[in-house]
Each structure stands twice: as C-alpha cells, then as structure tokens.
Design a protein around this ligand. Sequence first.
Ligand SMILES: Cc1cc2nc3c(=O)[nH]c(=O)nc-3n(C[C@H](O)[C@H](O)[C@H](O)COP(=O)(O)OP(=O)(O)OC[C@H]3O[C@@H](n4cnc5c(N)ncnc54)[C@H](O)[C@@H]3O)c2cc1C
Length: 431
Amino acid sequence: MVAVSSWGRLGSWEHQVLALSDRNQIDKQLLQNRLGIAYGMGRSYGDVCLNPEGMLWNTRGLDRFISFDQNTGRLLCEAGVLLRDIQKLSIPRGWILPVTPGTQFVTVGGAIANDVHGKNHHVSGSFGDHVQRIKLARTDGSIIECGPEVLPEWFFATVGGIGLTGVIVEAEIQLCRVAGPWLNAETVPFTDLEEFFRLADESEANWEHTVSWIDCISDSGRGIFMRANPIDAGSRSEPKPRNLTMPFVPPFSLVNRFSLRPFNMAYFNRNKARQGSEIVHYEPFFYPLDNLLEWNRMYGPRGFFQYQSVVPREVGSDAVQQMLTEIAHSGEGSFLAVLKTFGNRQSVGMMSFPRPGVTLALDFPNRGERTRKLFERLDAILREAGGRIYLAKDARMPKDLFEAGYPRLEEFLRYRDPGISSSLSRRLIGN
Ligand SMILES: Cc1cc2nc3c(=O)[nH]c(=O)nc-3n(C[C@H](O)[C@H](O)[C@H](O)COP(=O)(O)OP(=O)(O)OC[C@H]3O[C@@H](n4cnc5c(N)ncnc54)[C@H](O)[C@@H]3O)c2cc1C
C-alpha cells in the first residue's frame, strides 16, 4: 500500500498502486485488478482521482508518442503523455495543443477525463473538442475504440467522464497551427465587475486567450484582465527554466488573513503599473503557477480546497458579485482567484464542466468548519443561479448540487464501467 494524495493535499490515503506501462497488456491487467480508478498526475484538487484503501491504476508509464503527422498536425500518443511533452515536441514543428489548462503537468488521459478548458474556451472549446479517437480499456477485458464519429455515445461519455467509463489507453489529437512560442499579451486593470464584463465582451472577438485575476479581499470586484494572441515574433531567446520548488510543508498555511491583504494589494498595484502590451513566451502566460513546483505545500499540513463554479451569463454578474461579497466578508480566500467567461458553446462530454457563462475559481486554505460553512453559503448562491461545480476541483459538494448541475448524469451512467470506483463516485453517485 502507498499513501497518495491529490493536489489539494487534504489528506493522504493508502492505496494499492498498479503501474500501467504496456498498452497491449492493459485489458488483461484490468481484468485481474478490478475496482480501481486511473490516476494520472494527480493534478485534480479533490477526490476524483482517489480511491482510499482500494486500487489506483497509475498511467504515467504510458508515456509514448505513437505517431505524429507534421503535415496534418495529427498526434497519436499514449494516455500518460504529459501536455508539456506534447508542447515541447510540436511547437518547434509549427503545431500547438488547441486547449491547455493552467498547468502543463497533466496527462492526456486526465485532460480528456476532466475535459479540461483553457483561456481560449470562447474560440476553441474544451480539450475533448480536439480529440479524434480514443482507445478505452474496460475492466471486463474489452477494448472500445471510439471518437466523435465512431461509437460517439461512448466517446461523449468518456470525455469529461472522470475516469468512470474505462481507462483511456491512447488518444489521437488534432493540434493547431502556430507560428512559434510567442504571444502578444495585454494587461488591463479593472475596478469592478461591470468593467470586467465589458472587457470580456469586447475581447472575445479579437483575442484568442482571455483570463483575469480578481482581488477577493475587495468586494468591488477589482482585478487584472489579461488577453493574448499568438504572434510570429521571429527567433528570440526563450526564458530559462526556473526550476524553483516549494521546499517543505510549513506548519501552518502561509496563505492567511495576514498575508492575503498585502499580497493582493501588491499584485494589483504591480500589474496596474505594468499595463499595456508585451511579447511573452507561452509558458509563463499559460502556466504561471508551474514556475514554483509543489506550490500546493504552501497551504500547510491541512491542505486547501478549490471552489470552481460556472453560472449562466444572464445571472453571472449578480451571482459572482454575491459570491465575492460573501468571500470578502468571510475573510477567507487566497490570492489564487480567477474569473473568466466561457464562450457560447456546449461541451461534447455528457459530464463536462464548461458551459456558456462565467466561471470563478478560488483557492481556500482548509480551516475546517469555517471553510465548509462559507462553501454552504456559496452553494446556496450557485443553486439559485442554476450553476455547477467543477468535478476536477471538488472534494465536498452536496449530492443535490451535483445532480442539479449535471443533468445528463442518468444518460452517462449507462456507460459506466462497474469495475471502476473512486472516492468521488461513491460520495456523489453512491457506488
Ligand atoms: C495549477 C493547476 C492549474 C489548473 N488549471 C486548470 C485549468 O485552467 N482548466 C482546467 O480545466 N483544469 C485545470 N486544472 C485541473 C487539471 O487540469 C485537471 O484536474 C486534470 O484533469 C489533471 O490531470 P491529471 O493527469 O493530473 O489527472 P488526475 O488528476 O490524476 O485524474 C483526473 C481524472 O482523470 C482520470 N484519468 C486520468 N487518467 C486517465 C486515463 N488514462 N483514463 C481514464 N481516466 C483517466 C482520473 O481517474 C480522474 O478521474 C489545474 C490544476 C492545477 C494543479
């Protein structure tokens, strides 16, 4: 047994870990080792990739590129390949991942199973929109090959299917043309939510990537809006990798009411002073948090939660304002607070998180009952607004909110593999 946790470090639980590395043996391995769940990089914050006292199928050994067509940008790879390794291979050859989340230390299987989104949802949708085919191993020893046009119902259940339909063994992804690793990025400070929505609306037509940081201490909704487009900036020297690591787990959370206010003030003022355009490399723009490895240790031994929700656009302004007011009054929250609009497009996955609207994501140090009470108040706002919580980030949402937020649950459950179970599936689905 091995102690395993997820990114939120809310605990560490014993698991029996089975390493998957030979893609031709997985059907047999699953048949002999049922009642597990796939585990990629464990970059999900809550319990979607955990199965305490049970089996984890670790997919990191499935790390091979199978083929790459430089003329068409079609990539076939095993499911444990990291998004970082795809970018390193493809960008110098003129192709880039069409969708990438805020960290590149994520596996292809994990990106499909959570149907991850990036800063360009309004242009490119989510990860599953660009997957052409997957090979799925089931615990009865069968293999299903599916895609948007071949056995599409299996594909749409597996994209965003949080690992519950089978283990993705390999995937074919359509990459996107790119001139190089550079972006033309612009930083615009805003003082309230009204200004944020105006910037978001005006940017969607002309900017491929948009995201903003929001100051959760000030309930006005001030923040920093960032937008960027890929550009051909010729050859420039790339930033040196910094390889900094948070070296230890402090005895208490370094993110607390004493550090939060000065940090947010300094961050807002520094970026306000830097407003304007600059040419930036894709890594610091897409993955700013990857600069400090193991930054999740900062929250101390009790770990942290992320609360990421999406609400429909029509009620977005009111709902986000109410949430920010609750958070500011509670004195909880952290400097990792992200606000972003999703484009007007439906996700392909039955259980995908993205939907048209606005998404707010905030990290909260785990302060026990206090934090849970705040979440109950945020849940009430979300219920009223008809929103949903992101399963990749969740460790505690109540069942009724899950069922209301994911209306295709019944349909999805027809494709569930009965030999797969996770902590999240038991908590929210019952088995
Ligand atoms: C700093 C940071 C920033 C982030 N930013 C974003 C963001 O901008 N947008 C976003 O959408 N997400 C974001 N995330 C969340 C992250 O992208 C997702 O949780 C992602 O799914 C993690 O991938 P993983 O390989 O670590 O998978 P894990 O966390 O290990 O697993 C995630 C799920 O995928 C399943 N799974 C993994 N491999 C397979 C497989 N081969 N077959 C079937 N199921 C499998 C697991 O069972 C589990 O249900 C962020 C996370 C961090 C830490």
